[in-house]
Design a protein around this ligand. Structure first.
Ligand code: GN1
Ligand code: MG
Length: 358
């Protein structure tokens, strides 16, 4: 992407002040992100090219983000810092389409820090507080949200995609993957039975974030406290369990999501306890008995789903996730499966911890 092109795109938005520079930022798997630095005292901005392949309905996604951030702004002490602020285009749209891609801008929130990994229980506790508070802030949001990614954590839909991908086997990888496919099939019924409780209404549907890793939480750099939750692209209606489980998947892993060294990958139960304590300090009184009952299992559910999604993308010829080398999705599959096994071994302890906290 040339500087000229980026400047042209940025100039479509209602920015204060003049642009000093536009530089690439971050390492998301899905979108391309840039920071727009402004001259003098005007705010800086985040410019993102939204991945149209992953988010087929960018206008619907931006409408969700607008509605949720407006809702939060009405409730917090510092509306410019405690949630994102979407910047419209000159013709008052929430996104700019250059015919090829969709672009969106929000105000950069200064004096904040983010962490690429949770490296202490104290930080995990704060992360739990962050998502707990986010859930509490949106608990009374009642308008319907657009389903911007079909069936995102819906296991029934994931298995439909899975079955179709295995049957199509578009790049001929299925034959060599008997062991890995077995990991998925052995757990099919157990995983579908949790989703069945969502379908029956036994587990309620609420506003959820759907990408609760620590790097999506901003901390105030002077107080060290949680400020806001960012990356609202996947905000949708689902079960809170998914947000809890996805956070546990990322926070408690002692290795990397794509670690080639499987000995490094385990679930750290101290991190589990700390995150759960932080989350439940905000949410203890909101959760229903069925949500409390399935909170520990949600970590296994989401980690399983991630094994399935990485493996499915590998079988599909690496069309969804950005990869850095040819078998990256298979390496991710193995590393996440190791994490899943570690959770399965510690499941009873996880349940006891939740029972002691609720
Ligand atoms: C994707 O790009 P990023 O890190 O925000 C993915 C998540 C996965 C994650 C795996 C929209 O998120 O669901 O858990 O990669 N987001 C989407 O690291 O598919
Ligand atoms: Mg994301």
């Amino acid at each position: 992407m040339t500087q000229d092109r980026l400047h042209h795109i940025a100039s479509q938005f209602r920015l204060e002040g003049e642009i000093d520079s536009i530089e690439a930022l971050g390492e998301g798997f899905i979108n391309d992100t840039y920071i727009i630095k402004s001259v003098a005292s005007a705010p800086d901005y985040i410019l993102q090219r939204k991945n149209h392949h992953v988010f087929p309905d960018v206008p619907g996604m931006m409408a969700n983000i607008k509605a949720i951030t407006e809702h939060i702004k009405r409730k917090v002490a510092d509306p410019m810092r405690e949630t994102l602020t979407i910047v419209p285009t000159l013709d008052d749209k929430l996104y700019y389409s250059d015919g090829d891609s969709f672009w969106a801008v929000c105000v950069y929130i200064p004096h904040t820090v983010t962490y690429s990994r949770a490296d202490s229980p104290a930080l995990a506790y704060q992360g739990g507080v962050g998502i707990g508070r986010f859930h509490a802030l949106v608990a009374d949001f009642t308008e319907p949200l657009n389903e911007t990614i079909k069936g995102f954590h819906n296991m029934r839909w994931r298995f439909e995609q899975w079955d179709a991908t295995i049957a199509a086997d578009p790049v001929g990888r299925v034959k060599a993957l008997g062991k890995e496919i077995g990991w998925i099939e052995e757990r099919r019924d157990a995983m579908l039975s949790l989703w069945a409780k969502v379908e029956s209404g036994e587990i309620p549907t609420r506003v959820t974030h759907n990408d609760t890793k620590i790097s999506n939480i901003l901390f105030d750099d002077s107080t060290g406290k949680v400020l806001s939750v960012i990356d609202l692209d996947t905000v949708m209606s689902s079960t809170l369990l998914n947000d809890f489980g996805d956070a546990i998947r990322s926070y408690t892993n002692t290795g990397a999501e794509d670690d080639r060294c499987l000995e490094r990958v385990e679930m750290d139960i101290a991190m589990f306890r700390a995150y759960a304590e932080g989350y439940l300090s905000e949410q203890r009184h909101t959760l229903t008995p069925s949500e409390k009952e399935w909170l520990a299992f949600s970590a296994l559910y989401i980690t399983f789903e991630q094994v399935l999604r990485f493996l499915m993308d590998y079988i599909d010829g690496d069309r969804y996730y950005k990869i850095a080398y040819p078998d990256h999705n298979l390496v991710r599959t193995h590393a996440q499966y190791k994490l899943l096994q570690s959770m399965e071994r510690q499941y009873e302890d996880m349940r006891k911890i939740i029972a002691s906290l609720v």
